[in-house]
Design a protein. Sequence first.
Length: 318
Amino acid sequence: MKFNHFKTNTMKTKLLFLFAFVLITCSLHAQIIEDDFEFYTLGDMGVQNPSVWSVWNGDPAAGGGITVVELTGGNQAGYIGPDSVQDALFLLGNETAGDYTLDFRMLITSGSTAYFNIQGETETNVVTGYEGAGAGGTGVFNSGNLYFNQAGANPGVFVDEATGETGIYPEDEWFDVQVYFDVDNLAYSITIDGTVIHAISVPFQGDTTLGAIDFFSVDANNNYWIDDMIFYNKIIIGTDDFSAANFKVFPNPVIDELTMESSLPINSIEVFDTLGKLLLTYHPNAISPKLDMSDLSSGIYLVKATIGNVSKTVKIIK
């Protein structure tokens, strides 16, 4: 069965770049899980990858897991449908210390709902030998309910029911979801389509362990796809840190002092003339640093900012 939702090669290329970047910088950003669904057999996940995908009752062989589907264009993704049939666990390893980031892509059709929650410690089903929900099968909820279009009443709106904080997502197209886990301080925060949802990190509610993400078929209107799951140790630094929402340079034209507004510390700034000659080098290692350009004559300059191993160059007029 094919689903008419095309996953572009551009997005694949972007993720391949990100994977390469993480491998290069593995000492800072250790990749734990990468799953793009491309090598699974279509249909119920079952026990194709039980160290990563299981189900709530710990019996993935019996069904009820995420469905592997083929998209238009031949790529594959995971699908969660309606009527509370599917209750898939994406296993995160029962981590008890450190900080981690989970990134994945998501697509929700117009007017449909979607849902997930963050689980604490998972437990091994003594009969099947596979992981399932903790607390004797009742689950350990380290987050509240995380809804997209809750009860079908708010299309395009994400809400963390525990905090009441909301965000906007596009319908009928792929968008990014990022969940940051600070296990040392027992808290999480979520970013939807590039916008941070939580003003401050949200405390874990159930226990002191990061166990799994529960992708649940919450109601008869539930209809969503997920793909390109990547779970990392530490915070990811990527090209999105230079998006318009996270990085601004002003004033332009500049007279003396240039400000770089950033969401993460900028490690280095280099200023070049239009012939490529390096004129200034500055290593602020600070969020939103200021650059003194007062000694430069009037003209056009290229200013390169670097965060980690990712850089952005902007043209500045003085």
